[in-house]
Design a binder for this molecule. Sequence first.
Ligand SMILES: Cc1cc2nc3c(=O)[nH]c(=O)nc-3n(C[C@H](O)[C@H](O)[C@H](O)COP(=O)(O)OP(=O)(O)OC[C@H]3O[C@@H](n4cnc5c(N)ncnc54)[C@H](O)[C@@H]3O)c2cc1C
Length: 402
Amino acid sequence: MADGQVGTTYDVVIVGMGPAGASAAAALSRGGIDVLAFDKEPHPRYKVCGGGLSARIDQLLDPGFRSVIEQTVNGVQFVYRGQDPLLIESSRPIAYMVMRDRFDHFLVQQAIQAGTEIRTGEGVIEVTQDSDGVEIVTGERRYRAKLVIGADGANSLVARQLFPNRSLYRAPALESEVGLGNGRHYPSATTILVDVGAARQGYGWIFPKRENLSVGVGEFCRKSTSLRTTFDRFVKEERGLTGWTVPRPVGHPIPAYSDSGGGPDAGGNSQFVNGRAALIGDAGHLVDPLFGEGIYYAVRSGQLIARAILENRHDYRESLVAYEATLERDILPEFRITARIARVIYAFPRLGFRLLRRYQDVVQSYFEVLQGRTTAAQFLPDAKKRLKASVNDLLLEALHLR
Ligand SMILES: Cc1cc2nc3c(=O)[nH]c(=O)nc-3n(C[C@H](O)[C@H](O)[C@H](O)COP(=O)(O)OP(=O)(O)OC[C@H]3O[C@@H](n4cnc5c(N)ncnc54)[C@H](O)[C@@H]3O)c2cc1C
């Protein structure tokens, strides 16, 4: 344990250098804030993740990130338990596929170039705060800062220690990386596969990369069955994987936003800021509840906390209040909408699949959300009107009344 001296007091300490922490660090350092950042792993490091970035990430990142894109995706092949393939495409990119070791390393390098002091391979083991500041203890020594940002992912230590009353649900997920090569190719490198019947209240995916396929399942329901059984069944049912060796999958939680997640907890405490601490990315459960997309929101929340601090640099309380207000304005309304869509699709996946087939133009409109050409709030009213009518039709059909 650390018994070293407390030296300099930093303006901000960031715990975790995934996309959330690295984005916050780069933006703060560029704005002249004195930042110290930790990651318990030496970088580049593997991270269990599909690595699917919706194309709207273009609006957030420096174009240099394109150097780490593995594939550009312009179509989604939907299936139901491996059957009835339905390909829906767009004339523009919908998503980019990245491997997280290279993508995260790129973001960390940007933070270093901006002037962030980074200690990788140094895990934080304790965080405490008082009226004067924050104390951060690592395996090597103690540090002090005016503010701490928890960017330490789904199992956040900062959240556990500084937000003790928070108890939010995290969805289980499993993923395996299937090696390509030896003359073997996946049929379509520009299409991702989404099986909406593969998991209970979730889905299975195959995301193609240059040298491998990321194959996984995630379940967003609370009464989870054996996810390993679900994964094995998904692999068996997907024709595209026939004959491939699929290595043992690795598990990691997805802290998807839930409707109870945004507001204060039972004791009236904020889920995102407390005293001199703020949570961003997975640590703040800022993950889309429909697809489990978290990288985009990690980068976005990292940039939002940085902006809030830079615009209120002489008053840390104001900066955290401003960060929470921006989340409430810019991110949480989107999650509340996608949570509603997720509730319907995941409760009735077979019906959801039929709706996808019948209303492919609604899916195309959702692609525009992923492309950043429209917002979930603009998408919903029209989709709702159309789907409401069609749900009635399908129910009547199911009851043989039409
Ligand atoms: C199976 C699976 C598939 C997924 N697929 C996708 C997808 O296709 N697209 C998508 O957008 N999202 C996906 N996600 C979600 C995505 O991985 C996360 O939302 C994203 O990684 C969040 O970024 P982050 O920076 O908040 O946290 P992380 O990327 O988890 O980074 C946290 C960092 O903190 C470090 N850390 C942790 N504890 C400490 C500590 N005590 N001290 C110092 N450092 C610490 C870790 O080493 C890590 O580097 C998936 C998740 C899973 C589990």
